[in-house]
Design a protein around this ligand. Structure first.
Ligand SMILES: NC(=O)c1ccc[n+]([C@@H]2O[C@H](COP(=O)([O-])OP(=O)(O)OC[C@H]3O[C@@H](n4cnc5c(N)ncnc54)[C@H](O)[C@@H]3O)[C@@H](O)[C@H]2O)c1
Ligand SMILES: O=C(O)C[C@H](O)C(=O)O
Length: 308
């Protein structure tokens, strides 16, 4: 199993580290445009191998895509992150050009790959990868919902004063401050609906804190987060590599599902060796349906800014 990670920055390096530590991939190639940077990160990570007990071979490349040839999975993290006070959508001007050229170079060398898009604004970048590469739709996956759901569970556990392992919940919709749809009606504590434990007001607060999870961290860190994003990407990569058939909310091209078409947005999907093996339709409350519709309108507005 060969995995390429484009972008050796905060998220790319964290994701490569988690993939290596989980020890399911034979090879990880990290590629960056900055001279020597990916090689340096790869060497530093390889020097963790004996300490952390993994055998994954990690190599770095300065923009040489021949080293990525025949990758089973490619992760795109290249692009600029936001600064405090910015929205993810404001990154489109720079990141669209980067994602476009990176995705075509990847597919040129790995025509049968599965691509996981991380660069922001993620839903629009995932749509752009469809338009650029023409890969089958089940091979292009946007990562946002897995991270947002982890943040939702963190906030739920905090409100419930419960261990995170006791809590389950999912966030669908666009990966943006306003577009996320935390499914509070489906969230549970050990199979009991969380509404049994929390007032509507407290649940609304959990949802609002979840939606601004990325912005909260960006304000604290001065740039956007990387540990949980890296862990979330490694979870998707592992589900594909190990054919786990796990359900994650991922951004995928919709064709009528959830009443939406011609956009990529987060919905629950089954991930296995073929990539997105099924889009799972779940019943939404009227309020959640309304939020999903508004979220889709927001994503489409950002897609309209693309020069296709
Ligand atoms: N989808 C998500 O949930 C999620 C989570 C976190 C971050 N992000 C996004 O991921 C992106 C990366 O964030 P980061 O914190 O790692 O940023 P970073 O600045 O630490 O790293 C980005 C790296 O991309 C490289 N790069 C730029 N152009 C390139 C090109 N053409 N080819 C190869 N490499 C190139 C840079 O040299 C840099 O090393 C941002 O757009 C950020 O908003 C998304
Ligand atoms: O918040 C950001 O800009 C980065 C990422 O999308 C996140 O949610 O951490």
């Amino acid at each position: 199993m060969k995995v390429t990670v484009v972008g050796a920055g905060a998220v790319g390096a964290s994701c490569a580290e988690y993939i290596a530590i989980k020890n399911f991939a034979s090879e990880v190639v990290i590629l960056d445009i900055k001279e020597g940077y990916a090689e340096g990160k790869a060497m530093d990570l390889m020097q963790c191998a004996s300490l952390n007990g993994f055998d994954t071979k990690i190599t770095g490349s300065t923009n040489d895509y021949s080293k990525t040839a025949n990758s089973d999975i490619c992760v795109i993290t290249s692009g600029i992150p936001r600064k405090p006070g910015m929205t993810r959508e404001e990154l489109i001007g720079i990141n669209a050009g980067i994602v476009k050229s990176v995705s075509s170079s990847l597919v040129e060398h790995s025509p049968n790959t599965i691509i996981i898009v991380v660069s922001n604004p993620m839903d629009t970048m995932t749509y752009l990868v469809h338009k650029t590469t023409g890969l089958a739709k089940h091979r292009i996956i946007g990562m946002g919902g897995a991270l947002d759901s982890a943040r939702f569970k963190y906030r739920l556990a905090e409100a419930l004063e419960a261990p995170i392992s006791d809590v389950d919940g999912m966030v669908i919709g666009g990966h943006s401050d306003k577009g996320m749809v935390p499914l509070t009606s489906h969230a549970t504590r050990n199979s009991i609906k969380v509404s049994e434990f929390l007032s509507e007001e407290r649940l609304n607060q959990v949802a609002e804190d979840t939606k601004v999870g990325g912005a909260t961290l960006t304000k604290l860190l001065g740039t956007s987060a990387w540990y949980a994003p890296g862990a979330a990407v490694s979870g998707l990569v592992q589900a594909i590599a190990c054919d786990q058939k796990k359900i994650f909310p991922c951004s995928t091209l919709l064709n009528g599902e959830y009443g939406l078409s011609d956009l990529c947005i987060g919905v629950p999907v089954v991930l296995g060796r073929k990539g997105i093996e099924k889009i799972v339709d779940i019943p939404l409350s009227d309020a959640e349906k309304e939020h999903m519709k508004a979220s889709a309108e927001g994503v489409k507005k950002t897609n309209d800014l693309l020069e296709l």
